[in-house]
Design a protein around this ligand. Structure first.
Ligand code: MN
Length: 427
């Protein structure tokens, strides 16, 4: 089925500011609370939020097989579960409804009043009920940098890394949407030079620049998803800040990997940009040498050219850009990650989230964490307000932005931005 929603020549009757991440060719999906305290599934064009539940009630999706309350829910899980064909039909229909040439809703003031909100009239929620969260470790540059710092500079990559999309199971209970502040965690660490650990606030809070993909229910338990089919089960992507406590991580991660250093908070951007909308931005990924095992081999373009940037905004201070990276640097593709994840028969459900792993590029200004940018705190970053940072301070907001751009269109994610608060105090 053609993706008519991607037509670069289409214009909307809704106003779209120049350089908006959300032209009519994007049509992402999210969940929001309206000023009347109604929760609904929606989309966004320019700076207008669109209530898809209201559109459905007024029959704008006539002819598309949807359950009656499909968009009047507080998560996208059921819609995602309907599969790729339905996602395409709905995106194509939304593009038609908001096409500059289509008078149906454009000229119906009463309907427009019910369906369209300004951004300050709504509050974005988590778009899906995330059942399971897996985080990969798929940037070769990131894995090499961390290996150099924590292990052996000569053998920075562990022997399995070039053969397996390495990952671990995270914690979905601590995933929050952009705008929700995050507390500095308490934890157990081993101070430098000491032999006994201490318990207290983490001193080395870091961000991780990541993206994540949201899946549909893809298999039954025991069944694998072949790599060449995997993209059919990926609904879309969000930006992810995988908050990390480096001092807790360093002490706890041997032998079973990340635990409390990672599960205190993960922040995501609230609009899921569909894989369909990202189609024009496919590129070839890095050359994989050695050749992966057959179940991970794929031909063609399975990486996506997504510009990413991170900035830190101190409380009452000016924002400083600290990193510029790109999703296309990832060594393992999302389809390889999903094929590997299910290769043993592990079940994947609608609304599961898979993090890319920290996305570091080849140059020092493209590293995706403070750990790498400051090389373990050795080279502090100079901030515009005159202060410096080795890691993230209380009161700092970390902002990640992401967008794709070609000569025709810009498809963006908006941002994930959250503030670090001092440790939680029990009342
Ligand atoms: Mn991570």
């Amino acid at each position: 089925m053609p993706i008519t929603a991607n037509d670069p020549n289409r214009k909307s009757w809704l106003e779209v500011p120049n350089d908006s991440d959300f032209p009519i060719q994007n049509i992402p999906f999210g969940v929001f609370l309206t000023k009347d305290d109604v929760i609904t599934i929606g989309t966004r064009i320019g700076d207008s939020a669109i209530d898809l539940g209201a559109l459905q009630q007024m029959n704008y999706f006539e002819g598309i097989e949807l359950t009656d309350d499909m968009f009047m829910q507080d998560t996208l899980n059921d819609f995602i579960s309907d599969g790729k064909k339905t996602w395409r039909l709905v995106r194509n229909r939304i593009a038609e409804i908001f096409d500059a040439e289509n008078p149906l809703l454009r000229d119906n003031a009463k309907h427009r009043e019910i369906v369209i909100f300004t951004l300050d009239e709504i509050e974005m929620q988590l778009p899906v009920l995330i059942g399971d969260y897996t985080d990969f470790y798929s940037s070769k540059e990131h894995a090499t940098n961390v290996g150099k710092m924590f292990r052996d500079p000569e053998n920075a990559l562990l022997p399995n890394w070039l053969h397996i999309p390495v990952g671990y199971h995270g914690r979905s209970s601590s995933i929050v949407p952009s705008g929700i502040p995050v507390h500095r965690p308490m934890g157990q660490t081993l101070p430098n030079g000491e032999t006994t650990p201490v318990f207290g606030p983490s001193r080395l809070i870091d961000f991780e620049l990541e993206t994540a993909f949201i899946t549909t229910d893809a298999n039954i338990m025991g069944e694998n998803i072949p790599v060449h089919e995997a993209e059919d089960y990926i609904f879309g992507m969000v930006l992810l800040n995988d908050w990390s406590a480096r001092d807790i991580q360093k002490w706890e991660y041997v032998p079973l990997g990340p635990f409390l250093a990672k599960n205190f908070a993960s922040s995501i951007s609230p609009w899921i940009v569909t894989l369909d909308a990202l189609e024009p931005f496919r590129v070839k990924g890095p050359k994989q040498d050695p050749t992966p095992l057959p179940y991970l081999q794929q031909k063609g373009k399975h990486a996506f050219d997504i510009h990413l940037e991170v900035s830190i905004e101190p409380e009452n201070g000016e924002e400083t850009l600290v990193s510029k990276s790109n999703f296309k640097y990832m060594y393992w593709s999302m389809s390889q990650q999903l094929a590997h994840h299910t290769s043993n028969g592990c079940r994947v459900n609608s609304g599961d989230m898979m993090g890319s792993g920290t996305i570091s590029g080849p140059t020092p200004d493209s590293f995706g964490s403070m750990l790498e940018l400051t090389w373990g705190g050795k080279n502090p970053i100079q901030m515009k307000d005159g202060t410096e940072r080795k890691f993230i301070n209380d009161g700092d907001s970390v902002r990640i932005k992401g967008y794709c751009q070609n000569s025709d269109v810009r498809i963006g994610f908006g941002e994930v931005c959250s503030k670090l608060l001092p440790p939680f105090t029990r009342k």
